[in-house]
Design a protein around this ligand. Sequence first.
Ligand code: MN
Length: 483
Amino acid sequence: MMKRYRYWFVVGTQHLYGSDIFDIIEARAKTMVEVFNQKVQPFADIEFKALLKTSDEITACFEAANHDPEVAGVMTWMHTFSPSKMWIKGLALMQKPILHLHTQFNAKIPWDAIDMDFMNLNQSAHGDREHAHLYTKMKKPRHVVSGHYEDPYVLEQIKRFTRVSAGIMESRHLNVIRFGDNMRHVAVTEGDKVSASIQFGWHVNTYPVGDLADELKKVTQNELREQLTKYDQRYHSNTDQEDAVIYQAKLQVGIRKLLDRHNAKAFTTTFEDLHGLKQLPGLAAQDLMFEGYGFGAEGDWKTAALLRIIKLMTNGEAKGSSFMEDYTYHFEGGEGFVLGAHMLEVCPSIASDTPRIEVHPLGIGGKEDPARLIFEGREGEAVQVSLIDLGDRYRLIVTDCEAITPFEKMPKLPVAAAMWRLKPNFSVATEAWLYAGGAHHTVMSYDVDAQMLEMFAQFMGIEFIHIHQHTNLSDLKRQLGQG
Ligand code: MN
């Protein structure tokens, strides 16, 4: 699922200091790239691309970066001074994420040997300020990372940039299939699909659920057996209603074939539109999420797309990301806790233990009892993420939380569930969420954090709100323009 993109490292200089410094700079850049690759591989490849010395070279480089589908981003660093007017044309054309690396090759000043030649060669302190001024003046989004290039902080930031940039490439090419429309009368799952296409690159299109019903008829015994074997390998069966499980396997094969046919990596369903289907996709939707597809219930295409992008960003090192819904609260000892779940569709990647397949009635939707996976979410630091459409703009809202084990067993709860404590506390976090207009549907992720999502929002040109350990409600309201 992870796409291994390339990232170009380009180094700015100019002809002012004579050409004999170019070999030195290039050798240094190549040494640095080796260090970067130790951190980012096997998920990304960083390449030294060029020393950029003139306006024409710079423009050609960014044009090439735009056109190369394997390149997801460019890292810039000014080894010497490199006058920024040379960079305007190229940066104006650049459409992919940029990391401005503010660093220096030598860690220490050579006290005995330092002279003016040394000063002129090692002057990123000077050159990167000229470079950064232009980004600011052009309102060009970029991720700025500052520190010595071998510093673990710097290497971690480079890695994060590559992962977010892979998510942005995914976003720019993402197709989302909706089986049926949004749930009737619901506001927050709605949105302008045209503006989403402009903002994020997503193609969101609806297909009749009848197409899926027809597809189910074409599922072969072999395909079914293969899917059922995967269930056996991944989950415990805790039901004798085998037909219900087989039907979910059939749904999963059918949905996957339709998604693959349309090159779609995310989908939505709705219990209000199941004509021709016997069950709401439960186990099928859960296992498709486990395989890396994005999913949103009740027609929630924004959350479906967001989940796919977050899964893509973090695949390879993933601890878990799922579609989630704030469901009910628990108050005890002066604290409040959230129990999250859905009517069926929580991704087993967040399970604390091997999920079990069970079949229970589903009161909503008026169909047969669907097979589903039941489990508890695991403990750990996590985020809840909501993307909302405010009419004239999008807002990404992230709230930090600590996932915990539910205090007691819930033997009568027939769905997967996760429990968490909000930061800084229940009241401030939920008040902030409600002021910000966050949805009841979220992506719950143990893999991304607010910084990666802020980077994503910045490159996408959308609003970003972070609710965290130090959130102050007055400041947040001011940020929202509500007080
Ligand atoms: Mn829901």
